[in-house]
Write a protein that binds this ligand. Structure first.
Ligand SMILES: C[S@@+](CC[C@H](N)C(=O)[O-])C[C@H]1O[C@@H](n2cnc3c(N)ncnc32)[C@H](O)[C@@H]1O
Length: 210
């Protein structure tokens, strides 16, 4: 089991041990004082941590988060990380994301398309420590490759691949194999693990830039 980053703890909520961060609640999750439970069923990164994947997070990192939606996961990230740039291209969830960011001064929502990194390259600092990606769109490997330019040489990609977003008709394992293959053009894969305990047909990938 890899260690949890500083600022993420296992704590008891109603008698059950759960991951938790400190911050304002966002999606109706249980709280205990300033701690809020991190629901792995609603968060691929939460599932990756729950499963003990080698995310390499220590806390305080600079993060580029792709596919932030309304902020369920990125709010937890901004609770323990440093500057957290949250890219989401759908206007509606970004409205909620902006609200989430009000109580988090290290969270920077960006209404941008993750396939067009040149449109936010002037905002996101270079050499980020971590890219977290959960875009649920076709071309997930390409998105990771195109955003690699932001990642420090010793940085990490924490990627959740949704098989059905690539092709609903194919076997997830075949889709995952293709994604791994395509990713290898720019990344060395450190670890993969199926997330099905929490998210059907999703693969968690930890990778380093080549
Ligand atoms: C599964 S949801 C993300 C959930 C979120 N990561 C969480 O855990 O709270 C996928 C999101 O990716 C967004 N998305 C898909 N393609 C995108 C793109 N090219 N650029 C930015 N966001 C994208 C969708 O609008 C959607 O909100």
């Amino acid at each position: 089991m890899s260690e949890l980053p500083a600022g993420v703890e296992r704590r008891a909520f109603d008698g059950a041990e759960r991951l938790a961060t400190r911050g304002e609640p966002v999606y109706g999750e249980p709280t205990d004082g300033e701690w809020r439970a991190w629901n792995p069923n609603r968060s691929k990164l939460g599932a990756m941590l729950e499963l003990g994947m080698e995310a390499g997070l220590e806390g305080g990192e600079t993060v580029l988060y792709l596919g932030a939606a309304s902020g369920t996961t990125v709010s937890h990230v901004a609770d323990f990380a440093g500057p957290t740039y949250a890219v989401e291209f759908a206007a509606r969830p970004v409205r909620d994301l902006l609200e989430t960011a009000e109580s988090r001064d290290r969270l920077f929502p960006l209404l941008k398309d993750a396939r067009k990194p040149e449109t936010y390259a002037h905002v996101v600092e270079s050499d980020v420590d971590v890219i977290v990606q959960d875009v649920a769109t076709r071309g997930q490997a390409r998105v990771a490759l195109e955003n690699r330019r932001f990642l420090a040489d010793d940085g990490r990609l924490l990627l959740a691949v949704k098989a059905r977003s690539e092709d609903v008709t194919r076997e997830p394992s075949a889709v995952f194999e293709d994604v791994r293959e395509e990713l290898s053009a720019g990344y060395e894969i450190v670890e993969t693990q199926g997330l099905e305990e929490y998210h059907a047909d999703h693969l968690g990938i930890v990778a380093r830039p080549r």
